[in-house]
Design a protein around this ligand. Structure first.
Ligand SMILES: Nc1ncnc2c1ncn2[C@@H]1O[C@H](COP(=O)(O)OP(=O)(O)OP(=O)(O)O)[C@@H](O)[C@H]1O
Length: 374
Protein backbone atom coordinates (compact mmCIF):
# COMPACT_ATOMS: atom_id res chain seq x y z
CA UNK A 1 0.00 0.00 0.00
CA UNK A 2 1.06 3.52 -0.65
CA UNK A 3 1.71 5.71 2.37
CA UNK A 4 0.04 9.09 2.42
CA UNK A 5 1.52 10.76 5.45
CA UNK A 6 0.37 14.20 6.39
CA UNK A 7 2.20 16.79 8.44
CA UNK A 8 0.73 19.95 9.87
CA UNK A 9 2.74 23.13 9.60
CA UNK A 10 1.41 26.64 10.34
CA UNK A 11 -2.06 25.20 10.82
CA UNK A 12 -2.10 23.90 7.23
CA UNK A 13 -1.71 20.29 6.27
CA UNK A 14 0.74 19.19 3.60
CA UNK A 15 0.86 15.81 1.99
CA UNK A 16 4.48 14.72 2.13
CA UNK A 17 4.13 11.43 0.32
CA UNK A 18 1.86 10.89 -2.64
CA UNK A 19 3.58 8.36 -4.88
CA UNK A 20 2.33 7.85 -8.41
CA UNK A 21 4.73 4.93 -8.88
CA UNK A 22 6.10 2.68 -6.19
CA UNK A 23 8.94 0.31 -7.07
CA UNK A 24 9.78 -2.34 -4.49
CA UNK A 25 12.75 -4.74 -4.48
CA UNK A 26 13.06 -4.66 -8.25
CA UNK A 27 15.61 -7.14 -9.58
CA UNK A 28 16.60 -8.02 -13.13
CA UNK A 29 18.63 -11.13 -13.76
CA UNK A 30 20.13 -12.52 -16.96
CA UNK A 31 21.39 -16.12 -16.93
CA UNK A 32 24.67 -15.89 -18.85
CA UNK A 33 27.21 -18.57 -19.81
CA UNK A 34 29.70 -16.96 -17.45
CA UNK A 35 27.27 -16.73 -14.52
CA UNK A 36 24.20 -14.91 -13.23
CA UNK A 37 24.20 -11.28 -14.26
CA UNK A 38 22.17 -9.20 -11.78
CA UNK A 39 21.74 -5.89 -13.63
CA UNK A 40 19.18 -4.41 -11.25
CA UNK A 41 19.69 -5.27 -7.59
CA UNK A 42 16.92 -4.84 -5.05
CA UNK A 43 15.89 -1.31 -6.05
CA UNK A 44 13.07 0.36 -4.10
CA UNK A 45 11.96 3.84 -5.07
CA UNK A 46 8.88 6.08 -4.98
CA UNK A 47 8.12 8.59 -7.71
CA UNK A 48 5.97 11.32 -6.25
CA UNK A 49 2.99 12.68 -8.17
CA UNK A 50 3.94 15.84 -10.03
CA UNK A 51 7.68 15.71 -9.39
CA UNK A 52 10.67 15.53 -11.70
CA UNK A 53 12.92 12.75 -10.46
CA UNK A 54 16.42 12.53 -11.90
CA UNK A 55 18.14 9.12 -11.99
CA UNK A 56 21.89 9.50 -12.35
CA UNK A 57 24.81 7.09 -12.70
CA UNK A 58 27.74 6.05 -14.85
CA UNK A 59 27.23 4.19 -18.09
CA UNK A 60 26.22 0.58 -17.42
CA UNK A 61 25.03 1.21 -13.84
CA UNK A 62 21.52 -0.11 -14.54
CA UNK A 63 19.61 3.11 -15.24
CA UNK A 64 17.94 1.78 -18.40
CA UNK A 65 17.05 -1.46 -16.61
CA UNK A 66 15.27 0.60 -13.95
CA UNK A 67 13.40 2.55 -16.66
CA UNK A 68 12.33 -0.65 -18.46
CA UNK A 69 11.31 -2.24 -15.16
CA UNK A 70 8.81 0.54 -14.37
CA UNK A 71 6.88 -0.52 -17.48
CA UNK A 72 7.60 -4.25 -17.32
CA UNK A 73 9.56 -3.82 -20.55
CA UNK A 74 12.78 -5.64 -19.69
CA UNK A 75 14.06 -7.41 -22.80
CA UNK A 76 14.14 -11.22 -22.98
CA UNK A 77 15.75 -13.26 -21.55
CA UNK A 78 16.00 -10.85 -18.62
CA UNK A 79 13.82 -11.82 -15.66
CA UNK A 80 12.26 -9.02 -13.62
CA UNK A 81 11.01 -9.61 -10.08
CA UNK A 82 9.77 -7.39 -7.25
CA UNK A 83 6.77 -5.12 -7.61
CA UNK A 84 5.78 -1.94 -9.43
CA UNK A 85 2.55 -0.24 -8.38
CA UNK A 86 0.95 2.59 -10.31
CA UNK A 87 -1.47 4.84 -8.42
CA UNK A 88 -3.84 6.61 -10.82
CA UNK A 89 -5.44 9.88 -9.64
CA UNK A 90 -8.71 7.98 -9.32
CA UNK A 91 -9.40 4.29 -9.04
CA UNK A 92 -7.56 1.30 -7.69
CA UNK A 93 -3.78 0.90 -7.64
CA UNK A 94 -2.41 -1.07 -10.60
CA UNK A 95 0.02 -3.95 -10.09
CA UNK A 96 2.08 -3.35 -13.24
CA UNK A 97 3.91 -6.68 -13.28
CA UNK A 98 0.61 -8.59 -13.18
CA UNK A 99 -0.99 -6.93 -16.23
CA UNK A 100 -1.88 -8.82 -19.41
CA UNK A 101 -0.14 -7.80 -22.65
CA UNK A 102 -3.09 -5.70 -23.81
CA UNK A 103 -3.48 -3.98 -20.41
CA UNK A 104 0.23 -3.26 -20.45
CA UNK A 105 0.08 -1.73 -23.95
CA UNK A 106 -2.70 0.55 -22.76
CA UNK A 107 -0.85 1.55 -19.58
CA UNK A 108 2.34 2.24 -21.54
CA UNK A 109 0.93 4.97 -23.75
CA UNK A 110 -2.09 6.24 -21.91
CA UNK A 111 -0.76 6.41 -18.35
CA UNK A 112 3.03 6.10 -18.48
CA UNK A 113 4.91 7.03 -21.65
CA UNK A 114 8.59 6.50 -22.43
CA UNK A 115 11.08 8.48 -24.50
CA UNK A 116 14.38 6.83 -25.36
CA UNK A 117 17.64 8.29 -26.57
CA UNK A 118 18.20 8.37 -30.32
CA UNK A 119 14.78 9.39 -31.65
CA UNK A 120 15.54 7.97 -35.09
CA UNK A 121 15.29 4.38 -33.84
CA UNK A 122 11.83 5.11 -32.40
CA UNK A 123 10.39 6.31 -35.74
CA UNK A 124 9.56 4.20 -38.77
CA UNK A 125 11.69 5.79 -41.51
CA UNK A 126 9.14 4.98 -44.22
CA UNK A 127 6.28 6.79 -42.45
CA UNK A 128 5.65 10.53 -42.29
CA UNK A 129 5.42 12.03 -38.80
CA UNK A 130 1.67 12.58 -39.30
CA UNK A 131 1.21 8.82 -39.80
CA UNK A 132 3.00 8.10 -36.52
CA UNK A 133 0.57 10.34 -34.63
CA UNK A 134 -2.48 8.96 -36.45
CA UNK A 135 -1.43 5.35 -35.98
CA UNK A 136 -0.95 5.86 -32.24
CA UNK A 137 -4.32 7.59 -31.85
CA UNK A 138 -6.11 4.89 -33.86
CA UNK A 139 -4.47 2.02 -32.00
CA UNK A 140 -5.85 3.44 -28.74
CA UNK A 141 -9.29 4.36 -30.14
CA UNK A 142 -8.72 8.06 -29.63
CA UNK A 143 -10.60 10.64 -31.70
CA UNK A 144 -8.40 11.51 -34.69
CA UNK A 145 -9.61 15.09 -35.00
CA UNK A 146 -9.15 15.88 -31.30
CA UNK A 147 -5.87 13.99 -31.22
CA UNK A 148 -4.43 15.75 -34.25
CA UNK A 149 -5.35 19.17 -32.92
CA UNK A 150 -3.54 18.19 -29.72
CA UNK A 151 -0.59 17.11 -31.88
CA UNK A 152 -0.47 20.58 -33.45
CA UNK A 153 -0.62 22.20 -30.03
CA UNK A 154 2.08 19.96 -28.57
CA UNK A 155 4.44 20.48 -31.49
CA UNK A 156 3.90 24.25 -31.22
CA UNK A 157 4.53 24.04 -27.45
CA UNK A 158 7.88 22.51 -28.37
CA UNK A 159 8.58 25.42 -30.76
CA UNK A 160 8.14 23.37 -33.91
CA UNK A 161 6.29 24.33 -37.10
CA UNK A 162 3.61 21.67 -36.66
CA UNK A 163 2.37 21.59 -40.28
CA UNK A 164 5.87 21.22 -41.66
CA UNK A 165 6.89 18.58 -39.11
CA UNK A 166 3.75 16.48 -39.62
CA UNK A 167 4.37 16.48 -43.39
CA UNK A 168 7.99 15.37 -43.02
CA UNK A 169 9.67 12.01 -42.93
CA UNK A 170 11.80 11.49 -39.79
CA UNK A 171 15.09 11.85 -41.71
CA UNK A 172 14.00 15.29 -42.97
CA UNK A 173 14.17 16.65 -39.39
CA UNK A 174 17.31 17.61 -37.47
CA UNK A 175 18.27 15.57 -34.36
CA UNK A 176 16.82 18.20 -32.01
CA UNK A 177 13.57 18.39 -34.01
CA UNK A 178 13.26 14.61 -34.01
CA UNK A 179 13.74 14.41 -30.27
CA UNK A 180 11.16 17.16 -29.63
CA UNK A 181 8.75 15.43 -32.03
CA UNK A 182 9.23 12.17 -30.16
CA UNK A 183 8.43 13.93 -26.88
CA UNK A 184 5.23 15.34 -28.45
CA UNK A 185 4.29 11.88 -29.75
CA UNK A 186 4.90 10.28 -26.36
CA UNK A 187 2.44 12.61 -24.63
CA UNK A 188 -0.24 12.57 -27.36
CA UNK A 189 -2.47 10.24 -25.32
CA UNK A 190 -2.23 12.50 -22.26
CA UNK A 191 -0.20 10.19 -19.99
CA UNK A 192 0.38 11.16 -16.38
CA UNK A 193 3.99 9.98 -16.22
CA UNK A 194 6.81 10.48 -18.70
CA UNK A 195 9.88 8.24 -18.33
CA UNK A 196 12.82 9.59 -20.32
CA UNK A 197 16.00 7.59 -20.83
CA UNK A 198 18.85 9.89 -21.89
CA UNK A 199 16.44 11.93 -24.06
CA UNK A 200 19.07 14.54 -24.89
CA UNK A 201 22.17 12.33 -25.14
CA UNK A 202 22.73 12.67 -28.88
CA UNK A 203 22.22 16.44 -28.96
CA UNK A 204 24.59 19.37 -28.69
CA UNK A 205 24.81 21.32 -25.44
CA UNK A 206 22.60 24.19 -26.57
CA UNK A 207 19.84 21.88 -27.78
CA UNK A 208 20.08 19.86 -24.54
CA UNK A 209 19.54 23.02 -22.50
CA UNK A 210 16.64 24.15 -24.63
CA UNK A 211 14.94 20.73 -24.39
CA UNK A 212 15.34 20.87 -20.62
CA UNK A 213 13.50 24.18 -20.42
CA UNK A 214 10.83 22.92 -22.84
CA UNK A 215 10.29 19.90 -20.60
CA UNK A 216 9.76 22.18 -17.63
CA UNK A 217 7.10 24.10 -19.57
CA UNK A 218 5.45 20.89 -20.75
CA UNK A 219 5.38 19.49 -17.23
CA UNK A 220 3.59 22.56 -15.87
CA UNK A 221 1.11 22.84 -18.73
CA UNK A 222 0.14 19.16 -18.84
CA UNK A 223 0.59 18.33 -15.17
CA UNK A 224 3.13 15.57 -15.80
CA UNK A 225 5.27 13.52 -13.45
CA UNK A 226 8.71 12.93 -14.95
CA UNK A 227 11.50 10.42 -14.44
CA UNK A 228 14.59 11.70 -16.22
CA UNK A 229 17.46 9.25 -16.60
CA UNK A 230 20.92 10.46 -17.47
CA UNK A 231 24.64 10.22 -16.79
CA UNK A 232 24.75 14.03 -16.91
CA UNK A 233 24.37 15.20 -13.32
CA UNK A 234 24.62 18.98 -13.91
CA UNK A 235 22.03 18.75 -16.68
CA UNK A 236 19.44 16.93 -14.58
CA UNK A 237 20.20 19.00 -11.48
CA UNK A 238 18.80 22.01 -13.38
CA UNK A 239 15.51 20.24 -13.88
CA UNK A 240 14.88 17.74 -11.10
CA UNK A 241 13.13 18.18 -7.76
CA UNK A 242 14.83 15.05 -6.46
CA UNK A 243 17.85 13.01 -7.51
CA UNK A 244 18.57 9.30 -7.10
CA UNK A 245 22.04 7.91 -7.77
CA UNK A 246 22.74 4.42 -9.09
CA UNK A 247 25.99 2.53 -8.71
CA UNK A 248 26.58 -1.08 -9.73
CA UNK A 249 22.88 -1.81 -10.37
CA UNK A 250 21.75 -0.47 -6.98
CA UNK A 251 20.37 2.83 -5.75
CA UNK A 252 22.94 4.20 -3.35
CA UNK A 253 21.58 7.64 -2.45
CA UNK A 254 18.48 9.74 -2.99
CA UNK A 255 17.32 13.13 -1.80
CA UNK A 256 16.05 16.51 -2.88
CA UNK A 257 18.26 18.18 -5.47
CA UNK A 258 19.32 20.69 -2.82
CA UNK A 259 20.28 17.92 -0.37
CA UNK A 260 22.19 16.03 -3.03
CA UNK A 261 24.14 19.06 -4.27
CA UNK A 262 24.88 20.54 -0.85
CA UNK A 263 25.03 17.53 1.45
CA UNK A 264 25.62 14.37 -0.58
CA UNK A 265 26.75 11.66 1.82
CA UNK A 266 27.81 8.71 -0.32
CA UNK A 267 31.49 8.94 -1.33
CA UNK A 268 30.42 7.90 -4.85
CA UNK A 269 27.89 10.74 -5.13
CA UNK A 270 30.55 13.18 -3.92
CA UNK A 271 33.03 11.75 -6.46
CA UNK A 272 30.39 12.05 -9.18
CA UNK A 273 29.77 15.69 -8.26
CA UNK A 274 33.52 16.35 -8.35
CA UNK A 275 33.92 14.61 -11.70
CA UNK A 276 31.53 16.95 -13.50
CA UNK A 277 32.95 20.01 -15.19
CA UNK A 278 30.26 22.63 -14.82
CA UNK A 279 28.89 22.77 -11.30
CA UNK A 280 30.50 26.16 -10.64
CA UNK A 281 33.91 24.51 -10.27
CA UNK A 282 36.93 25.30 -12.43
CA UNK A 283 37.87 22.66 -14.99
CA UNK A 284 41.23 21.92 -13.35
CA UNK A 285 39.40 20.85 -10.15
CA UNK A 286 37.50 18.18 -12.05
CA UNK A 287 38.48 14.69 -10.87
CA UNK A 288 37.61 11.52 -12.75
CA UNK A 289 36.56 8.72 -10.39
CA UNK A 290 39.49 6.27 -10.07
CA UNK A 291 38.89 2.61 -10.93
CA UNK A 292 36.03 1.19 -12.90
CA UNK A 293 32.48 0.03 -12.29
CA UNK A 294 32.06 -3.70 -11.55
CA UNK A 295 31.06 -6.37 -14.01
CA UNK A 296 27.47 -7.46 -13.26
CA UNK A 297 28.56 -11.11 -12.85
CA UNK A 298 31.23 -10.15 -10.30
CA UNK A 299 29.87 -7.39 -8.08
CA UNK A 300 32.00 -7.13 -4.92
CA UNK A 301 30.51 -8.36 -1.64
CA UNK A 302 29.64 -5.84 1.05
CA UNK A 303 29.37 -2.32 -0.28
CA UNK A 304 29.87 -2.67 -4.04
CA UNK A 305 31.78 0.65 -4.11
CA UNK A 306 34.38 -0.45 -1.54
CA UNK A 307 37.21 -1.27 -4.01
CA UNK A 308 37.07 2.34 -5.29
CA UNK A 309 36.20 4.08 -2.04
CA UNK A 310 38.79 6.15 -0.13
CA UNK A 311 36.93 5.55 3.14
CA UNK A 312 36.41 1.78 2.86
CA UNK A 313 36.96 -0.30 6.02
CA UNK A 314 36.56 -3.98 6.91
CA UNK A 315 32.91 -3.26 7.68
CA UNK A 316 32.38 -2.12 4.06
CA UNK A 317 34.01 -5.29 2.71
CA UNK A 318 31.85 -7.49 4.94
CA UNK A 319 28.43 -5.81 5.04
CA UNK A 320 26.27 -4.18 2.40
CA UNK A 321 25.14 -0.91 4.06
CA UNK A 322 21.39 -0.46 4.53
CA UNK A 323 19.64 2.75 3.42
CA UNK A 324 19.97 5.22 6.25
CA UNK A 325 17.39 8.01 6.40
CA UNK A 326 19.40 11.14 7.16
CA UNK A 327 16.30 13.29 6.72
CA UNK A 328 12.78 12.29 5.69
CA UNK A 329 13.77 12.70 2.05
CA UNK A 330 17.50 11.90 2.10
CA UNK A 331 18.56 8.22 2.12
CA UNK A 332 22.21 7.13 2.02
CA UNK A 333 23.56 3.59 1.67
CA UNK A 334 26.95 4.11 3.30
CA UNK A 335 28.46 3.05 6.64
CA UNK A 336 30.60 6.20 6.71
CA UNK A 337 28.41 8.97 5.30
CA UNK A 338 29.17 11.41 8.11
CA UNK A 339 32.92 11.01 7.62
CA UNK A 340 32.38 11.30 3.88
CA UNK A 341 30.70 14.71 4.24
CA UNK A 342 33.49 15.89 6.54
CA UNK A 343 36.45 14.57 4.62
CA UNK A 344 35.58 14.71 0.91
CA UNK A 345 35.22 18.36 -0.10
CA UNK A 346 32.90 19.27 -2.95
CA UNK A 347 34.58 21.38 -5.62
CA UNK A 348 31.56 23.56 -6.27
CA UNK A 349 31.30 24.38 -2.55
CA UNK A 350 35.01 25.20 -2.30
CA UNK A 351 34.58 27.56 -5.22
CA UNK A 352 31.53 29.21 -3.62
CA UNK A 353 33.41 29.60 -0.31
CA UNK A 354 36.39 31.18 -2.05
CA UNK A 355 34.08 33.62 -3.79
CA UNK A 356 32.36 34.51 -0.49
CA UNK A 357 35.68 34.97 1.30
CA UNK A 358 36.95 37.27 -1.46
CA UNK A 359 33.77 39.32 -1.26
CA UNK A 360 34.03 39.55 2.55
CA UNK A 361 37.67 40.58 2.32
CA UNK A 362 37.15 43.25 -0.32
CA UNK A 363 33.50 44.27 -0.41
CA UNK A 364 34.19 47.46 -2.37
CA UNK A 365 36.26 45.65 -5.01
CA UNK A 366 33.43 43.21 -5.50
CA UNK A 367 30.86 45.99 -5.79
CA UNK A 368 33.02 47.82 -8.35
CA UNK A 369 33.41 44.65 -10.35
CA UNK A 370 29.64 44.02 -10.39
CA UNK A 371 29.03 47.58 -11.53
CA UNK A 372 31.66 47.20 -14.22
CA UNK A 373 29.87 44.13 -15.53
CA UNK A 374 26.49 45.83 -15.82
N1 LIG B 1 20.11 -7.82 -23.15
C1 LIG B 1 21.01 -7.84 -22.18
N2 LIG B 1 21.56 -8.99 -21.76
C2 LIG B 1 22.46 -9.03 -20.77
N3 LIG B 1 22.90 -7.93 -20.12
C3 LIG B 1 22.40 -6.76 -20.49
C4 LIG B 1 21.42 -6.62 -21.53
N4 LIG B 1 21.11 -5.30 -21.66
C5 LIG B 1 21.89 -4.65 -20.76
N5 LIG B 1 22.64 -5.52 -20.05
C6 LIG B 1 23.60 -5.18 -19.00
O1 LIG B 1 22.88 -4.57 -17.94
C7 LIG B 1 23.72 -3.64 -17.26
C8 LIG B 1 22.96 -2.37 -17.07
O2 LIG B 1 22.69 -1.81 -18.32
P1 LIG B 1 21.85 -0.48 -18.50
O3 LIG B 1 21.61 -0.31 -19.97
O4 LIG B 1 20.66 -0.49 -17.62
O5 LIG B 1 22.86 0.62 -17.98
P2 LIG B 1 22.75 2.21 -18.09
O6 LIG B 1 23.11 2.74 -16.75
O7 LIG B 1 21.43 2.60 -18.64
O8 LIG B 1 23.91 2.51 -19.13
P3 LIG B 1 23.98 3.60 -20.30
O9 LIG B 1 24.05 4.93 -19.61
O10 LIG B 1 25.24 3.24 -20.99
O11 LIG B 1 22.74 3.42 -21.13
C9 LIG B 1 24.97 -3.49 -18.12
O12 LIG B 1 26.00 -4.20 -17.49
C10 LIG B 1 24.60 -4.13 -19.43
O13 LIG B 1 25.73 -4.72 -20.02
Amino acid sequence: MSTHETTVTDGRSHSVSDPILEIRNAEVVFEMDRGVSRVLDNVSLDIQRGEILGIVGESGSGKSMLASSTLDAVVEPGVLSGSVTYYPEEGDPVDVLELSDSELRQLRWEEIAMVFQGAMSSFNPTMKIRDHFEETLEAHNYSLSEGMSRAHELLSDLYLDSERVLDSYPHELSGGMQQRTLIALSVILEPNVLVMDEPTAALDLLMQRSIISLLEELKEKYDLTMMFITHDLPLVAELADRLAVMYAFELIEQGTTEEMLQNAGHPYTRALLNSTPNLDAPLEEMRPIPGSAPDPVAVPDGCSYHPRCPLATDQCVATDPPSEPVTESHLIDCHHWEESIESIPLNHQKEATTRTTDEERNPMDHQNQMEGER
